[in-house]
Write a new protein. Structure first.
Length: 94
């Protein structure tokens, strides 16, 4: 972990797309190791509609990891499956 990424970035956000494999908190830890002050994560598997609901524990671990790793902002990246221009009503409803 880079201890003072706020100094490294001189007040600007610097980030990376980080994997949540193994838990949301893993993304914050990976961002901290890279010296990031921001991260972007998928909210679920990017190629599936189904998602496991987040638990309070997972949310709390994520918040703690953000703080411990000096991550100031976390951005959510939505699934690749979204297609707002579709003419298929079934796909649009998903």
């Amino acid at each position: 972990m880079v201890k003072d990424n706020k100094d490294l970035n001189k007040g600007h956000l610097l980030g990376a797309h980080c994997s949540v494999a193994g838990g949301l908190y893993k993304a914050a830890e990976a961002g901290g190791e890279l010296g990031c002050s921001a991260i972007q994560i998928f909210t679920k598997n990017a190629n599936q509609w189904k998602a496991t609901p987040l638990t309070i524990r997972a949310i709390d671990e994520f918040k703690e990891a953000l703080s411990n790793n000096n991550i100031k902002m976390a951005f959510a990246h939505s699934a690749y499956l979204i297609n707002l221009a579709t003419i298929d009503p079934q796909v649009h409803e998903q």
